[in-house]
Design a protein around this ligand. Structure first.
Ligand SMILES: [Zn+2]
Length: 307
């Protein structure tokens, strides 16, 4: 059987040199990087002799609104792209970062549960204005999830959320990531603890959580390899050893990347390959480990464990 691979792309600003750029949203470099990524994906299509359907998680939130006048500003700015990719079979999902300005107009992560819910609700409302329907797919920024947010995803009748980073816990440097004990496959989250699969249907939220595929990544600055999400823009030599895991793993693979990670800019990061054809090479290395690949959108992977 062919291995199913879903390529997911978070469309937003650069984190490499300026983490704050995620807050102060500048659409121009984002759109330029998306155009570059399309060229890189075309190389993958030529090599694998197939169209690559992509699941795009597009930023739509208060920081986009601050920069562009409304939360759906980025979607409006890339309207032609959205329509042509939808026609070709791609999927689009809501991507929200929970940023808010404090009284000194400094951006940071909103930590008040009621306010988080309002940010998500504003984002969903804007998404619906643009697409004329609620989002079916979502991904929260920076692995951020709480019981309040999970309940709001459920209330909005989102079908699949793709935020979980199984096993990853990071509560420093402004991160609020806690996915301890989370399964490595799609699951129906428990209303008592969204990080865990519900033990019975009546305890489950109505959406499927589809976690990032994790693997052992050997960054140049690691003393030992660390479990990280499968990012197709990572250095090929850092990823290569970890790809073996997917040969025996059940289910599909959810890979990711950000457009600016592949676009050729000034900024550099030791874990990001930054050379043309890196996405293709990482996928060729994956195929060498797992055999034939079938490229799908994320809903085709999340469906597997729905029964
Ligand atoms: Zn993001």
């Amino acid at each position: 059987m062919k291995k199913k691979v879903a390529i997911t792309v978070d469309v937003e600003g650069a984190w490499i040199s300026h983490p704050q750029e995620q807050c102060d949203f500048d659409p121009e470099p984002v759109l330029k990087a998306v155009r570059f990524l399309e060229q890189e994906l075309a190389k993958v299509e030529s090599s694998f002799l197939t169209r690559i359907p992509v699941t795009w998680f597009v930023r739509c939130d208060d920081s986009v609104s601050h920069a562009m006048g409304n939360p759906e500003g980025l979607l409006l700015a890339m309207d032609g792209f959205v329509n042509s990719r939808l026609d070709a079979g791609d999927k689009f999902g809501l991507h929200v970062h929970f940023y808010a300005q404090d009284q000194h107009r400094v951006w940071g992560t909103e930590l008040r549960p009621g306010k988080q819910r309002e940010i998500l609700e504003r984002a969903i409302e804007a998404w619906s204005r643009y697409f004329r329907s609620n989002p079916a797919l979502s991904r929260m920024g920076e692995g951020f999830m709480t019981g309040e947010i999970a309940a709001a995803i459920d209330a909005a009748e989102i079908k699949i959320d793709a935020t979980a980073l199984p096993g990853r816990v990071r509560l420093d440097s402004g991160f609020h990531i806690d996915w301890q004990g989370t399964p490595e496959h799609p699951y129906l989250p428990s209303k008592q603890d969204h990080r865990k699969a519900a033990s019975k249907q009546s305890d489950a939220y109505g959406f499927t959580e589809a976690p990032f595929s994790m693997l052992s990544v050997n960054a140049p600055y690691d003393s030992v390899p660390l479990a990280r999400y499968f990012n197709l823009a990572f250095r090929t030599d850092s990823l290569k050893g970890g790809l073996r895991k997917f040969k025996s793993a059940a289910g599909g693979i959810i890979a990711t990347l950000h457009p600016h990670e592949v676009a050729m800019g000034e900024e550099r990061h030791p874990l990001i390959e930054k050379s043309e054809g890196a996405v293709l090479l990482n996928l060729q290395n994956l195929a060498a480990e797992v055999g034939d690949i079938e490229f799908v959108t994320i809903d085709e992977i999340a469906r597997i464990s729905d029964g």
